[in-house]
Design a protein around this ligand. Sequence first.
Ligand code: PHE
Length: 550
Amino acid sequence: MPGTRGAVPVPLHTNGGQRDLTEEILEAVDQHEHVPTAEVFPATPQDKIKAALDRLASRQMVEYETHDKEQVLLTAEGQAIADEGSHEYKVWDAVRREGRLSLKDQTLANASAKLGQGNAFKLKWIKKDGDALVSLTDSVSDTTREQLQYAQEHRAFQDPKLLKDYSKRKLVTTQKVITYVARKGPRWAKEMPVEVTDLTAEMIADGSWKTANFKPYNFKAKGTLGGEGVGGGTGALHPLNKVREEFRKIFFNMGFEEMPTARFVDSGFWNFDALYVPQQHPARDLQDTFYVSDPPEAGPPGSDESVDTILAEMDVDDDQDESDHPPSDPATRAKDTTAKLDYQAYYNNVRAVHQDGKFGSIGYRYPYTDAETRRLVLRTHTTAISAYVLHRLSANPRPCRYFSIDRVFRNETVDATHLAEFHQIEGVIADYNLTLGGLQAFLKRFFRNIGVPDLKFKPAYNPYTEPSMEVFAWHEGLNKIVEIGNSGMFRPEMLLAMGLPEDLRVYGFGLSLERPTMIKYGISNIRELLGHKVDLGFIESNPAVRLDRE
Ligand code: PHE
């Protein structure tokens, strides 16, 4: 709906134009260095105070400390004394008013009067005169009453030692309360600033996002998903995540290790050049690739420590097989592997094989430009990561299986089945003397595991695989054969440039995560699955899936 987004000021008045608590706290903090909230706002419930303080503290306008305090409360008997006077006072008062008060008088009959009488004797306020009581003084000071009145007003005794005595006499009890002391925070301001809740296309276009004051996320807010009932107020896994988990299990069961794929932005080198994609290839055109302008370019290809450490963690078993000394830690192993790799030599090989031909290939024979390798792109496929991992394999070439499932980006026209971003499932298998028949057999087994029995293969073209095969399967719902994946054997131009041995061959295959998910959940428009039009109710209520069962 146009016009409903954009800068949304946080209202200063939330209760019909009356000053709200947030403003009152700001006012108090402005005037005093420390604001003990229980004293400044005695009538306001502490939970309301805490909510207002949190609102200000999340913006760093105000800081506050929490204090545990013991408060004194009068019991009903204590309250009666504070209101009317102590038992001894009441006895003395009755005696004084009567002049002489007979010991048999009704006033002295009850329990509290008996107690008061004893105390009044001790205090020398009264004495016995025959069968009556007489006063010894014209005025008394009723300390008990005064001390209780003080406690009532201040919720504490003037002399803290009195608490034990009065508690024992059951005239007071105590109660723990939490109080707050507020003061100015690092981003102090006397007024709540106008805050922006949505980042809009206009803000990006006119640059106002740079100075906009965004409303902070409240991560403590209760979720609204679902409301009551099962799973109410909690999150729910997105169907793509559920299907992704199913695929991960299948890969792990088939002996694959997962590649770390956090590099959404990569260089032209890893996304294209390393994969023997010519620099003039149409896929590199602006129509297909999102280029990143800031930072302007990537550094030269080199090792990525975070990726290397994760890979080294997975290789722990290999190490144990090969040596009888205990394995070193992953960071050290990652460094040892990097030491065996020469990225400059690799780069020179890639340049040579594109421009002049090498490793028995005549190459593309065009002038290779370094600038193109340094351009930053939103990766168009996860094969960029596979290239990095395969190059790393040249430090210790051996049969292995890697997979990844993560997001890729393509500058495509968005329609019912295409978005500018989607998830790619990718597998890579390296082994000695692999054949195309072996790739077909593997793909049949893999797709049977996800419940797709009959595959058809069609020759295809990828710059980095030869031969390449598109994978097709029968789609029950659509009643026709549909493309479900792409595959091939990586080219020697790519693998030999990495320094891998000639007889180590590598299969690669890829498919989208969205397509099987849409089929499983019966979704016909991809925008119902991914993006801002997704219905949260659908996300919450969709069932878990098993790929191998209908
Ligand atoms: N990168 C290919 C794609 O984007 C998938 C693929 C990976 C194909 C590895 C062959 C080998 O569709």
